[in-house]
Structure formats: structure tokens, C-alpha cells
Design a protein around this ligand. Structure first.
Ligand SMILES: [Zn+2]
Length: 510
């Protein structure tokens, strides 16, 4: 029997004897196959993990043993691609042209927080069975204190062998921390955004060959599960891949439950493109034009800051996810649909684990884009929503009439009551609603790369004014029935609120 070699075509027949051999070294294999049309590719995508390298002629895919057995039933010719183990010598750590050992990574994350305690906190999100940790740093002035700020997330390398973003994330943390107080733009970002950066979402995949290096990294985690197929899916239910939620998935869902991220990016590799929602279905996102705008902004800036030919895959460096190939159970759709967060997927390098000597160029090409995208979290429509009587912040639905579909509305978040609605420039009717309160609709104009602030007060439904006979008290607030402060319109029911909390109901005639 012939040994399986690089790019050797393996016929389907007689294969069953060899499947154990194929998986004898690693729990995942990499292969390519030709497909007839998009609908066939989407069916195959239910069975194996279609890879980012997939193009119009050839599909690339990963599979564990169970998935590959299912694929074999489809009777499609394929080629096994054996990944050659890589080895590069470390050259100069100060120029970031190396991949740290696992311990160096942990030490680096710890040192960030230790060196900049006023603006950086390290969170240990969870420890995997291997003992490796999922770590994230939080960067902000008043770090850890809830403020009227958007929470922004970068996370990288949930596919353990896609490692450009691992180094770029570490370098970004370093760049931001050292720039605080020295560089006006970085200082503004830290002062105004609650920034979260997780450089390594799948440490067991990245260090599959041991903690010393990443040269035997795998896409899947230690259980041979593709983490980017393991999330609840808007169309395909809670477990679209048939696997239970992996520890890594549970850890991230827990994080997304407790931090109301408003905007995020998930870094991958294999090609060079921005992939924006949706991945699971062909329906365009309500904010498709905004997605194209921010994706083009990312891609254009990468192109401008690199040599020719970088970040121009598919539609000049951007693509709708489903238009490229279907992904079910991906994190991008999970964050957008279930967490009301705007997340896109960044494919940062053709070579999944780039030659370390290429990492400085990748940094030069990407860091302006990474900062631009972070800055987008400050733009669009935002404000604070409060109860018009008590002034207490409210968690409220914020919905654009005739525009929002598929969970594209957002909510204001407690304890601040702040909301952040990113939307392409235009004129919109925005409705703020909460059960127990009168809804309010405002007409607002939004411009790209500009902040529009609308603070909103909602009036409780059961609010009854109390006649105040003792008017020695000072009026501290005056609102009308629609919650508008100090409204001077005539013929309105008006409520004056006094220092002692008493409320006077007044009807103003002409
Ligand atoms: Zn990936």
C-alpha cells in the first residue's frame, strides 16, 4: 500500500483500511477537493470544516476522523495535503519577528498589567484541561470601572494554526500601553473606549506540538473540534456541529454575556480579506452598507500601508461571508445575532503561520487599520437612556424603524444606560422602548466617522403626578408627558419635580 504523500490523490475505493493511518499522528487532516457549485459546497460544509483558502475552483477543508468518515460517504475525489513542519530561527525579539513560547506569552500578558496597572488589567478567563489558559487584557483609563464607553473586543487565533493575529494582538497591546500619554490618538482611544484584547483563543491548537513552539499548530482544539463551528447559530440551532460546547466556547460565551461588547473583530488567516456578516445565510445584514464601509476602510488602509498585492483578495479585500462560503456555528454570526455586537472576521495572511520575518511587515500594514476599526466604536448614534422621573439608567431596546432585521437592533446597557448604534450615514427613525414605559421615537441624522449623541428619557406608564401643596421646595426638574425636559410647548401636561421628590402636575394652557 502506498504511503500518503503530499498532494497525492487518494481514491475513495479501498480507503476504509487507511482512515486510522490518516489520523494516527494528529486528530485532524487537511485536504482539497473540486466542487460543482455553491450549493454542493454548502452541503459539504455541514460535514467538514471548509477552509478560508477555498476559492472558485478548489475547496480546502479540515476534518477530524468522524467528519472525514461522513465526507467519504459523499464519494468525492480529494487530495490529502500534508503540512510540512516549519522551523524558523528567532532573530530579534525587539522587532517582534518571532512567536513566543507558551510561557513567554503568559509572562508577556502578565507584564502588560504589571507595568501599566492604571490602564491595564489581566483577566484569567479560564483554564483548559491541558492547564493552558484563555487570557485577555482590558485597557482603559479607570480600567475595570463601568463608564459611558463602548466595549471593544479583538480576539485572535481560535483556529490554532492561524497565528498572524496572535503576534499582531500582542504587539497592539504593547503599542497602545506605551503610547498612552505620549501619543494623542492612542491616549484618546484609551480614555474613551473599554478595550479588550485576547491574542490567543485556542492555545491548545497553537501549542499542539508542545509549549516550546507553534510549528505543529492545529486548527482544531485538543478535542479535535473546530471552535469556529461550535457556537449557537441563528439558523442551525444551539449545536450546529453536533458537538457539545467546548470549554473555549463556554469561556467566550461567558465573557460575551458579562461584557456587552458593541463592536469586535475575530482574527484568522489563510487569505487576506475582511469577511462581514452573515456567514450562515444569504440574507444581507440590515447594516450591509455600514459593513462594506468599515471593511473597505480596513482593506484600503492595509493596501496603502503595504507593498502591492496585500489584502486584495475577493472584492478588493472584502467579502460577504455567505457569498464566499457558508459557515454554520461561527462566532461572527453568534456575536451579531445573539449578543447584538458588530463583529467581522479578519483574514490577515495568506500563510496561516507566517514566516516570523514577515510579521513586522504585517504589523506595518495592519496597525493603522486596527486602530481605525477600534475608533469606529466611538462613531454612529449613541447616548444614555434614563427613567424621566428618577433619572435611573435603563436597559432599553433601540430599534431603527423599517431598517432593523435579524437582531440588528441593540440595547442600552446597565449600569450606565449607554447604547451604541453603528449605522451607515443617513436619516433614521429610532424607537427607544421598554416594557412599563412610554416608547419614544426620534428622527436622527447620522454621518460616517462622526458621533451623534441622543440622550433619551422614558416616562413610566404608571406614572401619576402628585399635587404638591408645599411649594417652598425648589423645582429640580420639569418634564412633559413625553419626557421632554423643560418643554415650552403650550397645552401640555407638565410635571415639576421638587427637591423632596414630590411632583406637581400642571396643565399649561395658552
Ligand atoms: Zn480561521
Amino acid at each position: 500500500m502506498k504511503k500518503i504523500l503530499f498532494l497525492l490523490l487518494i481514491p475513495f475505493f479501498g480507503f476504509s483500511q487507511n482512515i486510522d493511518d490518516l489520523f494516527s499522528e494528529k486528530g485532524e487532516i487537511y485536504f482539497s477537493f473540486e466542487y460543482i457549485n455553491k450549493s454542493q459546497l454548502n452541503q459539504i460544509s455541514d460535514v467538514v470544516s471548509i477552509d478560508h483558502k477555498t476559492n472558485s475552483e478548489l475547496a480546502y477543508a479540515y476534518a477530524n476522523k468522524k467528519e472525514f468518515s461522513e465526507f467519504l460517504k459523499l464519494d468525492i475525489d480529494y487530495k490529502i495535503i500534508k503540512k510540512e513542519p516549519k522551523k524558523f530561527s528567532t532573530i530579534n525579539k525587539s522587532s517582534w519577528n518571532y512567536y513566543p513560547t507558551y510561557q513567554e506569552y503568559v509572562d508577556m500578558m502578565t507584564a502588560f498589567a504589571d507595568s501599566f496597572p492604571d490602564i491595564c488589567k489581566l483577566h484569567h478567563l479560564g483554564t483548559l484541561n491541558s492547564g493552558r489558559e484563555i487570557l485577555i487584557v482590558q485597557i482603559s483609563n479607570n480600567v475595570g470601572k463601568k463608564e459611558n464607553e463602548p466595549s471593544f473586543l479583538y480576539t485572535s487565533s481560535m483556529h490554532g494554526d492561524e497565528l498572524a493575529g496572535y503576534i499582531l494582538s500582542l504587539r497592539l497591546i504593547n503599542h497602545i500601553l506605551n503610547g498612552y500619554g505620549n501619543n494623542a490618538r492612542l491616549t484618546d482611544l484609551v480614555n474613551n473606549i473599554d478595550i479588550w484584547i485576547n491574542p490567543l483563543a485556542n492555545p491548545d491548537g497553537a501549542y499542539n506540538g508542545g509549549n516550546q513552539d507553534v510549528w505543529s499548530a492545529t486548527r482544531y482544539n485538543a478535542n479535535w473540534v473546530d471552535l469556529n463551528r461550535n457556537y449557537p447559530d441563528p439558523e442551525d440551532g444551539q449545536h450546529p456541529d453536533g458537538n457539545s460546547w467546548q470549554d473555549e466556547t463556554e469561556i467566550f460565551m461567558g465573557l460575551a454575556d458579562s461584557i456587552n461588547f458593541t463592536i469586535s473583530a475575530n482574527m484568522h488567516g489563510g487569505v487576506e480579506v475582511c469577511n462581514y456578516p452573515w456567514d450562515t445565510w444569504s440574507t444581507l445584514a440590515a447594516d450591509d452598507n455600514w459593513w462594506q464601509y468599515v471593511s473597505n476602510e480596513y482593506a484600503d488602509s492595509c493596501q496603502a500601508n503595504s507593498g502591492n498585492g496585500y489584502f486584495n483578495y475577493l472584492n478588493d479585500g472584502i467579502t460577504n461571508g455567505y457569498d464566499w462560503y457558508e459557515v454554520d456555528g461561527g462566532r461572527q454570526d453568534y456575536m451579531n445575532y445573539f449578543r447584538y455586537c458588530r463583529e467581522f472576521t479578519l483574514e490577515l495572511s495568506d500563510d496561516k503561520t507566517p514566516n516570523p520575518n514577515d510579521l513586522p511587515d504585517l504589523w506595518d500594514a495592519n496597525y493603522p487599520s486596527l486602530l481605525n476599526y477600534m475608533e469606529q466604536s466611538l462613531f454612529g448614534l449613541r447616548g444614555i437612556i434614563t427613567d424621566s422621573i428618577t433619572g435611573n439608567p435603563l436597559k432599553t431596546k433601540v430599534e431603527i424603524t423599517g431598517h432593523d432585521i435579524d437582531s440588528s437592533h441593540v440595547y442600552s446597557n446597565l449600569p450606565i444606560g449607554n447604547y451604541h448604534r453603528y449605522v451607515y450615514q443617513g436619516n433614521y427613525n429610532v424607537t427607544f422602548s421598554k416594557s412599563g414605559y412610554h416608547s419614544k421615537t426620534l428622527n436622527v441624522s447620522v454621518l460616517n466617522n462622526t458621533t451623534t449623541i441622543e440622550d433619551v428619557q422614558l416616562v413610566p406608564l404608571n406614572f401619576v403626578g402628585i399635587e404638591n401643596k408645599n411649594v417652598n421646595q425648589k423645582i429640580i426638574n420639569s418634564i412633559d408627558i413625553l419626557g421632554r425636559k423643560n418643554n415650552t410647548e403650550k397645552n401640555k401636561l407638565l410635571f415639576n419635580i421638587f427637591e423632596d421628590g414630590k411632583i406637581e402636575r400642571k396643565i399649561i394652557f395658552e
